[in-house]
Design a protein around this ligand. Structure first.
Ligand code: SF4
Ligand code: SF4
Length: 322
């Protein structure tokens, strides 16, 4: 980490004073790619990284609380009428939010009869979340599944995440955390005491390329991965494979050599880059990055898996990059 990196989350992160309420942008039930069995994945808002291939741009805290889809809008004005601050404005056939007046309450989206306004976040009380997650206990038990926290970066809401992990532990529910590993080691250790499995993203070994692709240095990320491995944490390493970014022979060989040196060699999931998030970016008013990049060919994926396997690693090819 260098002086100009965004600060990694700590146990007491700025802007996260409360364990009682978290900011969530999505909850996905019956997920099958975020750990073992059938799971519910909770996507928490916020992330200190800015990966070029991010397929969950809704995590960004700088986005408006609500986004408007003009194709669905029927022009009824219910959103404007519902806004308590006058921040929701109809002009020239469009709906616009004035960020200086918006209190992020989401009433305009709730009032819309056409689902033309979509919330990019929702404040969720801890007890409400735990009760919701517990409802799928029979599915978790039947399938060997549980709950996965993802994002964004779930460690960016440390107090809420730790409290939620504890609450799930008390209910006997398997807990996974999908993390970039860019966090204060003390926070990661606290999470490890409450987590059954880490899905740990490894986006690259070369520090210069890593910074270019994610906005941060990878020194802390690699150190934390080694620490977790030495502490005996259950780990699956997730490697996004993004053509022209981190799929070179040297990149993969360096990753293989690093992982093979860990105290406990983790299994590796390869996540091929895809362009499915382009529509989401556009709905959020953002230009999709890497729009000229194609997903890796099947042969390239198999070759990458073969190369990593040659380091004694167990490698699976998964559905998508994170
Ligand atoms: S989120 Fe709330 S304050 Fe902001 S525009 Fe919508 S109704 Fe108004
Ligand atoms: S409530 Fe929905 S459909 Fe009606 S004007 Fe607002 S965005 Fe359009």
């Amino acid at each position: 980490m260098t002086a100009f990196d965004p600060a990694p989350p700590t146990v007491r992160a700025a802007g996260d004073p409360s364990a009682a309420e978290g900011m969530v942008f999505h909850i996905m039930r019956f997920a099958t790619h975020d750990g073992p069995g059938i799971r519910t994945t909770v996507f928490l808002k916020g992330c200190p990284l800015a990966c070029l291939w991010c397929h969950n741009p809704e995590h960004r805290r700088d986005l408006p609380a609500v986004v408007w889809d003009g194709r669905r809008c029927v022009g009824c004005g219910a959103c404007v009428a519902s806004c308590p601050t006058g921040a929701c404005i109809a002009a020239a056939g469009k709906i616009r939010l004035d960020p200086s007046r918006c209190r992020r309450c989401g009433r305009c989206a709730d009032a819309c009869p056409a689902e033309a306004l979509e919330r990019t976040e929702r404040a969720v009380r801890l007890e409400t979340l735990l009760e919701t997650l517990e409802r799928d206990l029979p599915f978790y038990e039947e399938s060997g599944g549980g709950v996965t926290f993802s994002g964004g970066e779930p460690l960016a809401q440390p107090a809420f995440l730790l409290a939620a992990l504890e609450g799930l532990g008390r209910r006997g529910i398997h807990r996974a955390v999908d993390t970039s590993g860019y966090a204060d080691p003390g926070l990661l250790a606290a999470a490890a005491r409450r987590t059954d499995l880490f899905l740990y993203d490894l986006k690259g070994i070369d520090p210069v390329k890593h910074r270019r692709a994610t906005g941060v240095d990878n020194g802390l990320i690699l150190e934390n991965l080694a620490r977790l491995s030495a502490a005996g944490a259950e780990l699956v390493v997730r490697m996004p494979l993004v053509p022209g970014i981190n799929d070179g022979h040297e990149d993969l060989a360096a990753a293989g050599a690093f992982l093979a040196r860990l105290p406990r060699r983790p299994p590796v999931d390869l996540l091929p880059y895809h362009r499915a998030a382009a529509g989401k970016y556009r709905r959020l008013g953002l230009e999709p990055p890497l729009s000229g990049t194609s997903p890796p060919a099947a042969e390239a994926l198999e070759e990458a898996a073969r190369l990593l396997s040659s380091f004694g690693l167990t490698v699976r090819i998964q559905g998508e990059a994170s």
